[in-house]
Design a protein around this ligand. Structure first.
Ligand SMILES: [Zn+2]
Length: 342
């Protein structure tokens, strides 16, 4: 089969659309014919190579997968060849103390399909049969693929971890990214007033179309000062962070008393300054979040199927042009997801 694969870690020059061995499935697996696979920054990080992270080569990534079942293992129940499906990318043991509590993203051997095992930037992918979710006919493969990873992440961050409530103020930093942009619509679904920042007026306009109430261009204005003044020196209830070092200190200061900072990334650097006096005096919570549980995956996919949340797609391209697609993602020009069709 064809895949967007690399034989050694490194830059875009290591990546190519090429022939790789077909995946073989076990009795509890299904083989999914990939119809759409969306890109994530994870695809770039894995290709470039993560310290201490050994992968079988050639390797191909791809965590956001929708397609149809091409083959089902003898022990795969509840699925049939031809079913349209979305793939839950969680890989977990099912036996550890966290899995037994339903907290799969805390599993002691947690992994992600397409990061720890070969993924969906290919014509076919092997998936455990209990990790496919039937896709209603009114939801396109492209919408499903674009929706999965960023929404399971943003849903856990805002609904489960930060417990965002109606009437609260939510601040989302850097609204061009996949998690940040979809967090706007999840924030509105929760009934919050949503504040967003970006250095691009175009991205702010896109966020406004998704329901953002207050848009701040941080290249032109000091966003922390604007938030402070416009909230009457109160601050916001929840900050959604994935910028890291560059914004961490200001994010903590932007919180109201009793506020929550929830983070899923540190793209500008992993070390941030925390004034501990601010933490205890304002009684704020700093909360980490990664991916989601299986139950959260099911819950947020239902919101897509019901039309209460939608996929945010930047571009759809053929998998054969995957190198160009990864370049576009690396340059940060996109708003929403880049989707590839094998
Ligand atoms: Zn486990």
């Amino acid at each position: 089969m064809k895949a967007l694969a690399f034989h050694e870690h490194g830059g875009l020059d290591k990546l190519g659309y090429q022939d790789v061995p077909d995946p073989a499935i076990g009795p509890g697996d299904v083989l999914v014919r990939v119809r759409a696979c969306a890109l994530n920054h994870l695809d770039l990080f894995v290709r470039e190579g993560l310290p201490g992270f050994k992968l079988p080569l050639p390797f191909w990534t791809g965590c956001d997968i929708a397609g149809e079942i091409a083959q089902a293992g003898a022990a795969a129940s509840g699925v049939a060849v031809g079913d349209r499906v979305a793939v839950n990318p969680n890989l977990h043991c099912g036996r550890c103390e966290y899995c037994t509590k339903g907290e799969q993203s805390l599993c002691v051997s947690y992994g992600i399909l397409g990061e720890h095992v070969q993924g969906g930037l290919a014509e076919y992918v092997r998936v455990a049969a209990d990790k496919v979710l039937a896709l209603p006919t009114h939801v396109s493969y492209e919408d499903a693929a674009a929706f999965i990873l960023v929404n399971m992440t943003a849903w856990r961050m805002l609904v489960t971890q930060a417990r965002l409530r109606a009437g609260e103020d939510l601040l989302i930093l850097g609204v061009g990214g996949g998690v940040s942009s979809t967090a706007v619509q999840i924030g509105k679904l929760c009934g919050a007033r949503v504040w967003v920042t970006s250095s691009s007026d175009d991205k702010l306009a896109r966020a406004k179309a998704l329901g953002a109430d207050e848009c701040i261009n941080h290249a032109q204005e000091d966003w922390a000062r604007v938030v402070w003044e416009k909230t009457g020196k109160r601050g916001v209830d929840v900050v959604l962070e994935n910028v890291g070092a560059a914004t961490w200190k200001s994010s903590l200061r932007a919180l109201a008393k009793g506020g929550r900072l929830v983070t899923c990334g540190a793209t500008s650097g992993p070390i941030g300054e925390t004034d501990i006096r601010v933490v205890f005096w304002k009684q704020i919570s700093i909360i980490g979040s990664t991916m989601s549980s299986n139950a959260e995956f099911d819950a947020v996919m239902r919101e897509l199927f019901r039309g209460r949340l939608r996929a945010i797609i930047d571009t759809v391209m053929p998998l054969a042009e995957g190198v160009e697609a990864q370049r576009r993602l690396a340059e940060g020009k996109q708003f929403g997801k880049i989707v590839l069709n094998p």
